[in-house]
Design a protein. Structure first.
Length: 297
């Protein structure tokens, strides 16, 4: 008897990458066609609100931590919470859209005008959601001086490119934004691969903690940190924040999501044919399986 005849391969505990791309493109196409501008903006505000809560959680957890390792781990845990809330709620996040929209364009040929509308509303909606949420937190809550100090240090680090000045510093923010969206984009990609809540969260935690620890620039996250800092009595001038962080980081985020995640993976797997009907799995007795949830139809 040959080895092949004895070999039994168990069903995968995660969704295959090429199927994830198909699901991502299908969801992107549905969102572009089904959501009007008001609904996109509302979901983007929700995304900005969750990211701001994640920013606050990261500061609260990391304040007073001893050792840089524990500090960054706690900061990553806190921020990944906000990102995961966006994933579970189907909120709209600019940096997630930077992966979903190019994938949708590549695999479905969606209309460029609808893509541009979604992109713009995501960025502006995230900012408005962050600003409103931070203002509510600043009005309702009082935190210790240590928390204020920690938040101010984080914000100062994000604005340190301004102190260096020059075009090269601005470009460094763009490159840092590309690296941030590479990791955050993969976090969104890996979240779709998981078949369980736990299976979705672990790769999100790892990817988000990696980008937080590295100090890469994530435009919606920085919207949350800057808004919190302003609401609590600090923060940089908004013009400086946009010119030296939010705009170049946002440009880098768009480039990173498209060039480092969506387009390479779409190109690598585009020769595969995707069925509109979910494929059956052996473990489901031939019943079709929804690739998003891993459950039988």
């Amino acid at each position: 008897m040959s080895v092949d005849e004895d070999l039994v391969v168990p069903a995968a505990s995660y969704i295959q990458p090429e199927v994830v791309l198909a699901v991502m493109a299908r969801e992107g196409a549905h969102r572009l066609s089904d959501l009007n501008s008001v609904r996109v903006f509302a979901l983007a505000m929700l995304g900005g609100a969750f990211i701001t809560v994640g920013a606050l959680f990261s500061v609260l957890l990391a304040t007073g931590a001893s050792g840089s390792g524990a500090f960054y781990l706690l900061e990553g845990l806190g921020f990944s919470t906000g990102f995961f809330f966006v994933i579970l709620s189907h909120g709209v996040l600019f940096t997630e859209a930077n992966v979903v929209l190019p994938t949708t364009l590549s695999l479905t040929g969606a209309k460029a005008l609808l893509v541009a509308r979604f992109w713009g509303l995501a960025w502006v909606g995230n900012f408005v959601g962050a600003l409103i949420t931070a203002s509510a937190i600043g009005f309702a809550q009082r935190y210790s001086p240590a928390v204020h100090t920690q938040l101010n240090e984080i914000v100062a680090t994000k604005m340190s490119f301004q102190a260096a000045g020059g075009a090269d510093s601005w470009i460094r923010v763009v490159i840092s934004g590309m690296l941030a969206n590479w990791l955050v984009g993969m976090a969104a990609f890996f979240a779709l691969m998981g078949r369980t809540i736990f299976g979705k969260y672990i790769p999100v935690l790892l990817a988000v903690t990696a980008f937080v620890t590295a100090g890469f620039q994530h435009s919606p996250a920085n919207m949350g940190f800057f808004s919190l800092s302003h609401a609590l009595g600090g923060g940089p001038d908004w013009v400086d924040a946009f010119v030296w962080n939010l705009i170049p980081a946002g440009i880098g985020n768009m480039l990173g999501g498209a060039l480092l995640v969506a387009l390479p993976l779409s190109w690598a797997f585009r020769t595969r044919r995707f069925s509109a009907r979910p494929a059956p799995s052996a473990s489901s007795g031939g019943a079709p399986v929804d690739p998003r949830t891993g459950t039988t139809a």
